[in-house]
Design a protein around this ligand. Structure first.
Ligand code: MTE
Length: 335
């Protein structure tokens, strides 16, 4: 894998938005009537998480150590500290605020779990919880993750290529797309039970890829980070990671993968099609209608709003591996 470390941007801070960006994303939901003032300003339910946010407080979920081969190619990337990776999350099933998932997901049960892979294939399968970490050899992948809200992290994931998983079910010639679905369980996921808490999303959260995107070696099914199983707020027990696309494509807590002939609907596209496309490739030349995508705030070891502004790279710096997938396509039309 080619390593490209983003250079410091020559952009002025005033040319880009900062933490206001993701408040803006939440504001559109508020304007649509989905988030109450309580949710925006913080409420009693989040007070514990806020107190521990980015501090040394240890969250109460339990994770177990994984056996995996180390990433030897991307060791030069400066990783985002684990405490930030697990406490600054987008997981609307557990609340639309960044500090709600760590608080509201701690009782989330991941064992037993079932992941069904079906559709246009010859050998559909259902995996259980143990299969997820034993069926394929696990490897570490240190990837940049760029959120559409213009912040980014560098995360050491543990998992296996989606391609290796899909090969097990023998996709047939009609398999042109892959659809993914998150668990639907309003009793465990309070954001699914409350339109306010869950940002007005129609659950279950769904995502999709073209089959060639799914088969690209970079596309990862992650079962862990920082050498341990995933904490609930990061998408336990299994999630997708597509490092050249905006983070919302990387769907969490997956229970179903389906091979399809036609392009499947996707959650954020259904909610606001003008803002979130099916492709969602990281593209500094195609702004979000309400903010610039030219640069991003890399979350490192500084404070939450530490000034750490870097230029955003096309395909999040993975162009050498994936640009060919989109040859001849107008990336502003297919955003
Ligand atoms: N998957 C589900 N099911 N629900 C979500 O709200 N949020 C997405 C994505 N996957 C989301 C999801 C968004 S917007 C981002 S940026 C990433 O998860 C964040 O992943 P992280 O919290 O592990 O950093």
């Amino acid at each position: 894998m080619l390593i490209k470390t983003p250079k410091n941007s020559s952009l002025k801070d005033s040319a880009v938005t900062d933490e206001s960006v993701y408040h803006d994303r939440r504001n559109i939901l508020k304007q649509m009537g989905f988030l109450g003032a309580g949710a925006l300003l913080g409420s009693a339910v989040t007070s514990k998480a806020s107190a521990g946010f980015f501090s040394d407080d240890k969250p109460s979920f339990s994770t177990k150590a994984l056996t995996y081969s180390k990433d030897t190619k991307n060791v030069g990337l400066l990783k985002t500290p684990e405490q930030k990776v697990i406490s600054h999350n987008n997981f609307y099933e557990f609340g639309a605020k960044k500090d709600q998932p760590i608080e509201l997901s701690q009782g989330f049960k991941v064992d037993p779990w079932q992941l069904t892979i079906s559709g246009e294939c010859d050998k559909p399968i259902t995996l259980d919880y143990d299969d997820l970490t034993t069926m394929l050899p696990l490897e570490e992948r240190i990837y940049r993750m760029r959120c559409v809200e213009a912040w980014s992290m560098v995360i050491p994931w543990v998992g296996f290529s989606l391609a290796d998983l899909l090969k097990k079910v023998a996709p047939n010639s009609r398999a042109k797309y892959v659809a993914f679905e998150t668990l639907y369980d309003p009793e465990q996921m309070p954001g699914q039970a409350s339109r306010r808490l869950g940002g007005g999303i129609k659950y279950p959260y769904v995502e999709g890829l073209r089959i060639d995107e799914a088969m690209n070696p970079l596309t990862l099914m992650s079962v862990g980070l920082y050498g341990k199983t995933l904490p609930p707020q990061n998408g336990a027990p299994i999630r997708l990671v597509v490092p050249w696309k905006y983070g919302f494509k990387s769907i969490k807590s997956i229970v179903a993968i389906k091979l399809l002939e036609h392009q499947p609907p996707t959650t954020w596209n259904k909610l606001a099609a003008r803002e979130y496309g099916f492709y969602a490739n990281v593209n500094p030349n195609h702004d979000h209608p309400r903010w610039s995508q030219a640069s991003e705030r890399r979350i490192t070891s500084g404070g939450l709003f530490a000034r750490n502004r870097i230029a955003t790279l096309p395909f999040n710096g993975y162009g050498d591996e994936v640009a060919d997938l989109y040859r001849g396509m107008n990336l502003s039309k297919y955003y």
